[in-house]
Design a protein around this ligand. Structure first.
Ligand SMILES: [Zn+2]
Length: 191
C-alpha cells in the first residue's frame, strides 16, 4: 500500500547496527515510490516540499503508533487527516473499454507533491474505512519498527518478516535466557 511504503522511508537497520536512513532523500527510492504508485509528480521534492512530506510523515506515524497500541482514532487526528487530503482535489473519470468492465477512477486535479501527499493520506483513509485498523502494526523488533498491515488470517504477524526480524528476536531471547540461566547456575554453585 502507498501509505506504509511511504512511512517506511524512515529506514532503520533491523539487525541492530544503529544505522538509519531517511529514504526520502534518496533519488532512486523516491522514483520507485512514484513509479510503483503512479504518483502524479514530475520532479523530486523541493526543500519546501520535503519539509511538508516530513511533517506529514510524522503526523501519519503518530497516528499509526497510537492505532498499533490499540488506541482509537482521536477527532483531532481525523481532522488533520482530512486537511492533508484536502490539499489534493480529485476528478472522476469513467473508464469504459469496448467489451471490458467499466470502472470509475479518480485522478488528482493537479500534479505535484501536495497532491501526492493527499494521495498517501487517502490511501491511509481507505485502509481505516475499508480495511481493519486493528491490523495496522509496527514490527516488534525495537531496532526495526517497520510499519505494515497484518493480512494473516489469525492476525498473528508480530514482525515485518518472520525470517529476518522473527529469527533475530528468537536468537536474542534465547541468548538472554541462556545468560540468565548461566548466572543463576553460578549462584547455585557451592562457595
Ligand atoms: Zn522488522
Amino acid at each position: 500500500m502507498l501509505w506504509d511504503d511511504f512511512l517506511n522511508s524512515e529506514w532503520r537497520d533491523w539487525r541492530g547496527s544503529g544505522r538509519s536512513e531517511d529514504r526520502l532523500e534518496r533519488k532512486d527510492w523516491v522514483e520507485e515510490l512514484i513509479r510503483n504508485h503512479r504518483l502524479r509528480v514530475s520532479a523530486l521534492p523541493t526543500a519546501q516540499e520535503m519539509d511538508k512530506l516530513r511533517s506529514f510523515r510524522s503526523f501519519l506515524l503518530g497516528v499509526v503508533r497510537s492505532i498499533a497500541t490499540g488506541e482509537a482514532l482521536h477527532e483531532s487526528q481525523v481532522k488533520e487527516l482530512n486537511r492533508w487530503m484536502e490539499g489534493g482535489p480529485l476528478v472522476r473519470r469513467l473508464h469504459a473499454g469496448m467489451d471490458g468492465p467499466m470502472a470509475i477512477g479518480y485522478r488528482p486535479l493537479e500534479s505535484g507533491w501536495q497532491g501526492a501527499i493527499a494521495e498517501i493520506a487517502g490511501s491511509f483513509a481507505v485502509t481505516l474505512a475499508e480495511g481493519e485498523a486493528s491490523r495496522i502494526r509496527i514490527c516488534t523488533n525495537p531496532d526495526c519498527l517497520w510499519v505494515y498491515y497484518d493480512d494473516t488470517r489469525n492476525r498473528s504477524k508480530r514482525y515485518c518478516d518472520e525470517k529476518a526480524c522473527g529469527n533475530l528476536m528468537k536468537v536474542r531471547r534465547f541468548r538472554a535466557k541462556k545468560k540468565q540461566n548461566d548466572s543463576s547456575d553460578k549462584q547455585d554453585e557451592p562457595k
